[in-house]
Design a binder for this molecule. Structure first.
Ligand code: NAD
Length: 368
């Protein structure tokens, strides 16, 4: 059967290749079963690319990333490259990909598997079964607005300036991502702003309201101020389905929600660009970095990467059943008591990265 989809794997540095290898076992299983049907390429990125090609992201890798249906990214960076100039650091690869692929919507799910509910900093009865999605605007807002800088204000004073700016189209395109997601989930969007004090986010609220009424009347839209949203996330996080917000609020709230789940090794993410024809540029990656402290020891938790792969099945390839199969199998493997070192607890059995991946493949096979 010829492949009708394309995927580029960018393992990167540190534990990146280890969690990618683990994921590859699951990808290969789907491929063998003819349930993925994908052309798979692989390239170096980050420090590995610096060592081989003298730069963190080559033009060739960038072009390949732009031409495939989805990119699966491991992690980049490490002490070995820390002395390099900022523009040449491994982390520039990720920024370059986000910018050149115009990935404006960052999806950060926070899911608490019942088996891990006591690993959260909140009480199990508040977080057990949590499943929320935070959609963060990624390419606009105060992190990019002009004017910006630090200037001499005279008389020994200095002035730091940043600009929080949003235009209609920037708001609508990320809004549509959130509404579309809600349609595939529980049909609710909460838009987060500070419309009581910031005009640019009053515009955000007005545009979200109009978008909801005109294009998504079937989705329930509510609005919340960012300070209240922070409070509600730790008070009663399960009240949310999809949250959509600006770059800076999303940066803060998604990290806050992430911690409800207990471990960095469990957090997936996706970054999406604008649809062109039937293609949406997409990059999937675990939230964690290259973890140089445990790299090469087969101790990394591969589940953040595997959940990122499940997001790819769901959002880039529209393979809902296969995505649900991976998610359910992760839950079952955790339920069976297997843990990598980062989520180890009394009464559980500690396993390596490879053993976790093998257990997951067995579970998928059993359930398929
Ligand atoms: P990190 O996420 O790599 O590690 C933080 C801590 O969490 C470490 O103790 C690590 O062992 C642990 N950890 C992370 N992922 C884990 C996993 N899957 N399983 C088990 N334990 C895990 O963050 P850091 O230490 O601040 O950064 C290390 C390097 O990674 C730096 O060079 C940094 O620039 C880079 N980084 C890259 C990305 C990325 O590629 N997206 C993101 C963050 C940091």
């Amino acid at each position: 059967m010829t492949a009708n989809r394309s995927l580029l794997l960018l393992p990167g540095d540190g534990i990146g290749p280890e969690v990618m290898d683990a994921t590859r076992r699951v990808i290969d299983w789907f491929d063998r079963e003819n349930r993925l049907n994908v052309d798979i390429g692989e390239a170096l990125v980050g420090g590995a690319s610096i060592d081989a090609h003298g730069m963190p992201l080559t033009d060739d890798t960038l072009e390949r990333a732009k031409s495939v249906d989805a990119v699966l990214f491991g992690a980049v960076g490490g002490p070995r490259w820390d002395g390099l100039d900022f523009s040449m650091r491994p982390e520039r690869a990720l920024l370059g990909l986000r910018k050149e692929m115009e990935l404006f919507a960052n999806l950060r799910p926070a899911v608490v598997y019942p088996a891990l509910s006591h690993a959260s900093s909140l009480k199990p009865d508040i977080v057990s079964g949590l499943d929320i999605m935070i959609v963060r605007e990624l390419t606009g807002g105060i992190y990019f607005g002009e004017p910006r800088g630090i200037e001499d204000a005279g008389g020994g004073e200095r002035r730091g300036v940043n600009t929080l700016v949003y235009t209609t189209h920037e708001i609508l395109r990320v809004g549509r991502v959130a509404f579309e997601l809600a349609r595939k989930r529980n049909g609710r969007v909460c838009s987060v702003d500070k419309s009581n004090v910031l005009e640019s986010t009053l515009l955000w609220r007005e545009e979200m309201t109009r978008l909801g009424a005109e294009e998504y009347p079937d989705v329930e839209l509510t609005h919340m101020l960012a300070d209240n949203a922070a409070m509600q996330l730790v008070r009663d996080p399960r009240q949310f389905d999809v949250m959509v917000t600006t770059n800076m609020f999303g940066d803060i709230l998604s990290d806050c929600a992430a911690m409800l789940t207990g471990s960095l090794g469990m957090l997936p993410s996706a970054s999406l660009g604008a649809r062109s024809g039937d293609r949406i540029p997409a990059l999937y990656e675990p939230v964690h970095g290259s973890a140089p402290d445990i790299a090469g020891t087969n101790r990394a938790n591969p589940l953040a990467m595997l959940s990122s792969f499940a997001m790819m099945l769901r959002y880039s390839f529209d393979l809902q059943e296969e995505a649900a199969l991976v998610d359910a199998s992760i839950g079952a493997v955790l339920e069976s008591g297997l843990r990598t070192a980062d989520i180890m607890e009394d009464g559980a059995r500690q396993v390596t990265t490879t053993a976790m991946a093998e257990a997951l493949v067995r579970e998928i096979e059993k359930r398929a």
